[in-house]
Ligand binder design. Structure first.
Ligand SMILES: [Zn+2]
Length: 79
C-alpha cells in the first residue's frame, strides 16, 4: 500500500481541476473567436447609407447594393 499524504492528494486534485477549467476556457475562447471571425469576414457596412450587407467577392472595394457606393473592407465589431 502506497502511503500518500492527504494534503498532497488534495493539492494535486485541486491543481488538475483548475487546469481542466483553464483549458476548457481557453478552448472556448478560441472557438468563439474563430466563429466570430468567420461570420464577420464578409460583413460590410456602407459608409454612405449605413446599410449592412454581405459581400463574398474578392473585390477590394465592394459596391453597396442599395446606394452603389464603394466601401473599404474593415472589420465590423460585434457589439
Ligand atoms: Zn450604401
Amino acid at each position: 500500500m502506497i502511503q500518500v499524504a492527504l494534503p498532497w492528494l488534495v493539492g494535486v486534485y485541486l491543481l488538475v481541476f483548475l487546469a481542466a477549467i483553464f483549458f476548457a476556457w481557453i478552448a472556448y475562447e478560441i472557438v468563439r473567436k474563430f466563429r466570430e471571425g468567420r461570420s464577420l469576414r464578409h460583413r460590410l457596412r456602407c459608409t454612405i447609407c449605413g446599410m449592412e450587407y454581405e459581400d463574398r467577392t474578392p473585390a477590394l472595394l465592394p459596391r453597396c447594393p442599395r446606394c452603389g457606393g464603394l466601401n473599404e473592407r474593415f472589420k465590423l465589431r460585434a457589439y
